[in-house]
Design a protein around this ligand. Structure first.
Ligand SMILES: Nc1nc2c(c(=O)[nH]1)N=C([C@H](O)[C@H](O)COP(=O)(O)OP(=O)(O)OP(=O)(O)O)CN2
Ligand SMILES: [Zn+2]
Length: 121
C-alpha cells in the first residue's frame, strides 16, 4: 500500500514573553500571538478505510494539549518557561509522539511569517 502524509491544523491564543532576550528586545515584554500548529503524520494507506489515520484520532491526542495553552501565559506552563516557537514545537512533539507514533513533523506558526518546523532530530 502507498505511504501518505496527512496533517491537521490547530489554533490557540496565548500570551508570552521571552525571558532570555536583552531587556531592550521587544519580546522581553509580555505580548500575544494567535498560534497555528500543524501535526503531520505518515503511514500506509489503509485500503478499506481509505485513510492513513482518522483526523479525529489526531484531534483526540492534540486537543488536550492545545487546551492547556489556549488563553494562558505560556511561560507558566511546565516546559515552556522560554516559550519560543522552537520550544513550543518540542513541547508538542514530546507529548504527542508516545500516543501518535506515526508523527513525523510539528509546525508552529507564531504568525504567517514566523514558523518553526521540527521533525524529531
Ligand atoms: N527563532 C525565533 N525567533 C523569534 C521568536 C521565536 O520563537 N523563535 N519569537 C519572537 C517573538 O515571539 C516575537 O513576538 C516575534 O516578533 P516579530 O518577529 O517581530 O513578529 P511580529 O509578530 O512582531 O510580526 P512581524 O510582522 O513579523 O514583525 C522573536 N523572534
Ligand atoms: Zn512573541
Amino acid at each position: 500500500m502507498p505511504k501518505m502524509k496527512i496533517y491537521k491544523e490547530f489554533k490557540f491564543d496565548s500570551a508570552h514573553w521571552l525571558p532570555n532576550v536583552p531587556p531592550t528586545h521587544k519580546c522581553a515584554n509580555m505580548h500575544g500571538h494567535t498560534y497555528y500548529i500543524e501535526i503531520h503524520v505518515e503511514d500506509e494507506l489503509d485500503p478499506k478505510l481509505g485513510w492513513v489515520i482518522d483526523f479525529n484520532d489526531v484531534r483526540r491526542v492534540v486537543d488536550p494539549l492545545v487546551d492547556q495553552l489556549d488563553h494562558k501565559v505560556l511561560n507558566e506552563i511546565e516546559g515552556l518557561e522560554n516559550p519560543t516557537a522552537e520550544y513550543i514545537a518540542l513541547w508538542f512533539w514530546n507529548q504527542t509522539k508516545p500516543a501518535l507514533p506515526q508523527l513525523t513533523q510539528v509546525v508552529v506558526k507564531e504568525n504567517p511569517s514566523n514558523v518553526c518546523v521540527y521533525s524529531g532530530e
